[in-house]
Design a protein around this ligand. Structure first.
Ligand SMILES: [Zn+2]
Length: 121
């Protein structure tokens, strides 16, 4: 995780936090309706920041993926590799190396989890 990404996440968290506070305060009849709009905009900006930060991370991982693919543990049998959540068949393209560990991203149910090295499945 890069410093820029961490700053983006923290800024997004602060924006969403204050946005929610504004929306919450807007339910008070004494506060003007514009607070609700301001709160919604603030939360939206925070969400966009997280989205941008996660997209940049995904792009960096994709670059890493090409070189690290070969280093997958030999005892992981890819022929019988199935999604833990939905049982869908997975390929090498669904596995990314994150912090030195193989992480599966299921194309069917979109769940992500760390690949264990148990040869059973
Ligand atoms: Zn799945």
């Amino acid at each position: 995780m890069t410093a820029g990404k961490i700053i983006a996440y923290i800024a997004a968290a602060i924006l969403i936090f204050f946005g929610v506070l504004f929306i919450w305060a807007a339910f008070d009849p004494n506060t003007p309706d514009s607070w609700l709009i301001g709160g919604l905009i603030t939360v939206a900006i925070g969400c966009v920041l997280i989205w941008l930060a996660s997209r940049r991370g995904a792009a960096a991982q994709a670059g890493q993926n090409v070189t690290l693919k070969v280093d997958l543990p030999a005892n992981v049998n890819l022929d019988s590799l199935k999604c833990k959540s939905c049982g869908g068949a997975l390929t090498m393209d669904n596995i990314q190396m994150v912090a030195g560990a193989p992480v599966v991203t299921c194309p069917y149910c979109k769940s992500t989890y760390q690949l264990t090295e148990e040869p059973k499945w």
